[in-house]
Design a protein. Structure first.
Length: 403
């Protein structure tokens, strides 16, 4: 096969010649200084070969003289593709310009999602986030990640954690909310130590004040553990700022419910993908209608693979639809997976309630089936924690005067 840059530039064509004068054709072509390569005699009356594209007209004349049928199987080469480009340059230029515009569009934020907020309203957070520069239509390179996080936490005191993730044209803002910290009571202000929640008191360590309850007793939320009122025969009644630790066993519960039908099938690994062009509410399929989904059971996942670009009032985007084949599992296996997942979700819900200084001692799990056929789990976690909390005394004018 002739090689080199010349062959690549001019290109070559693969031809099929059929007829009874194959030998005469080969002899006449070779005598005309036409180079054939990759010659294959498939049948008695059929010959396939490759030839430089510049010799195509000569081959055509010879085959016509010998009453042979000539078929061009394919063509390749730089000049061949250049010719196609020149014949369809408007379309090709349109594709190139479209790709450049698409690349430019992906340099901007087109959607902003907020997750993790429960107490703080989404609209309030959205306003703050937009004021900080993360909003639709903003250039991604202009966003300072660290500065955004710091200013967001400073502006919204109910948030204890925040993270910004930019993926493609989507900005994802994840937040976590914390409980309002207890009121800090001045050290000179009289107060009691009370139980922050119900529990079984193991060890009470009064640092200042008078013990109000013995160890190894159940206590209720708000019950006084260390009193800030000290009675003495010598000094009378004094009001102090009580301090101390109260280590107790406490319990936190979490519940979850899952649909067992979500675990009856698993993905086989086979999948098919379709694309759709969405213009406002009009969907234009970008696939052949006879390309059926031949899976017996399948799941469907939809995502916008290209940004939603708004031109005037007409949003335009490309939608990707993935069909994944599902294989049926045994009921026992599905039940095991559903129960495991349900218990995990219930455990996470109960764990989220535990304070930072709590130590998990053990957990109790109870799972059963609901009348609707779902799996329901309840997880109770036993925790060792300090439940001491300062509570300011409500004092009368006489007490204020006498202290």
């Amino acid at each position: 096969m002739p090689g080199g840059i010349y062959t690549y530039i001019t290109g070559y064509a693969k031809l099929r010649i059929t007829g009874v004068s194959i030998e005469k054709f080969i002899n006449k072509v070779q005598s005309s200084d036409i180079i054939l390569f990759d010659i294959k005699r498939n049948k008695y009356k059929e010959l396939t070969f490759k030839v430089n594209r510049c010799d195509l007209e000569k081959i055509k004349r010879v085959s016509t003289e010998l009453h042979l049928d000539m078929e061009i199987i394919n063509e390749t080469g730089f000049l061949y593709y250049l010719q196609i480009f020149l014949q369809n340059r408007s379309f090709v230029l349109g594709v190139i310009i479209g790709m450049l515009l698409l690349y430019l569009a992906t340099s901007f934020i087109w959607t902003v999602e907020i997750r993790g907020n429960e107490k703080v309203k989404t609209d309030e957070l959205k306003t703050i986030i937009e004021d900080l520069g993360v909003k639709r239509g903003v250039l991604k390179s202009t966003i300072d990640h660290d500065k955004f996080i710091i200013e967001l936490l400073n502006k919204e005191s109910r948030l204890t954690w925040a993270e910004l993730e930019i993926k493609g044209v989507r900005a994802m803002v994840r937040v976590a909310e914390g409980e309002k910290p207890p009121e800090v009571i001045d050290a000179d202000t009289p107060c009691n130590i009370v139980a922050r929640r119900d529990g079984f008191l193991l060890k009470l360590l009064p640092l200042n004040g008078e013990r109000a309850v013995d160890d190894n007793n159940a206590v209720k939320k708000g019950q006084i553990l260390v009193s800030g009122i000290i009675h003495s025969e010598l000094s009378g009644t004094r009001y102090v700022h009580a301090m101390g630790q109260a280590w107790a066993h406490t319990y936190y519960e979490g519940e979850a419910e899952v649909d067992i039908s979500d675990y009856l099938y698993e993905e086989s690994g086979n999948h098919k993908v379709r694309y759709e062009l969405v213009l406002n509410n009009t969907v234009i399929p970008m696939y052949f209608k006879d390309d059926d989904i031949d899976f017996k059971r399948y799941s469907v996942a939809t995502e916008n693979v290209f940004p939603e670009i708004t031109t005037g009032y007409i949003p335009v985007h490309i939608r990707k639809i993935t069909y994944k084949e599902l294989m049926e599992k045994s009921f026992d296996e599905a039940m095991r997976l559903a129960k495991s997942k349900c218990e995990e979700l219930a455990f996470q819900k109960s764990k989220e309630l535990i304070p930072y200084n709590g130590k998990i001692l053990q957990k109790f799990v109870k799972s059963d089936m609901t009348p609707q056929g779902n799996v329901h789990s309840k997880v109770t976690i036993e925790v060792l924690e300090d439940i001491a909390e300062e509570e300011k005394m409500i004092m009368s004018e006489e007490d204020e005067f006498g202290k």
